[in-house]
Design a protein around this ligand. Sequence first.
Ligand code: AMP
Length: 211
Amino acid sequence: MRMILVGPPGAGKGTQAARLVERYSITHISSGDMLRAAAKEGTALGVQAGGFMKLGKLVPDEVVIGMILERIKKPDCAKGFMLDGFPRTRPQAEALDAAMVAAGVALDAVVLIEVPDPLLEERAVGRRSDPVTGAIYHLKYNPPPAEIVDRLVHRPDDTAEAVNTRVQKYHSETSPIIPFYLDKGILKRVDGVGDPDAITQRIIAVLETGP
Ligand code: AMP
């Protein structure tokens, strides 16, 4: 299975991706995680990306496209992959399409997790992640166990200001990829409001039984 998760910041892509890759035994590729790791390591790519990320802006296409196209060539992607956070612009979607055609493989599904804008800021600002296990929590909606609270990380771009910029970028830059995949007949829309388990079930239902 080769698939993409699309949705605004705070839609729950990371949480759902972690569950789905386990179910389908595919490799999880999060462009945001890769860029954050590069920024932390201080690689040239990471330093370049870090400035954009902190402000909630998109990292330039040429940087992200090269990184992801290299990543999906690795052997662990042969059995399938889930892209989380990529593509985020129409040129990224077109570059991915061209690379997949050249490799003789096709995307099976693009899952669009829909969450209304007014819910996104609170979801992202309350988000915390555990650097040890990779688990994602929310201070109000999915509170972490007390013993790990001190080690949790709050992303620098999960401030109200950066989230609002990211939501605007989602509408201006990312939504144009929706008609691209709609035309290909592989777009599956899922209501992203509610309990995370219920949303996982909705995604599985559209993947396994159609829209
Ligand atoms: P995420 O973890 O998916 O929310 O991504 C965090 C940040 O990384 C975004 O706000 C962007 O600055 C950058 N980023 C991640 N994926 C992409 C992408 N496909 N294109 C451009 N920038 C990206």
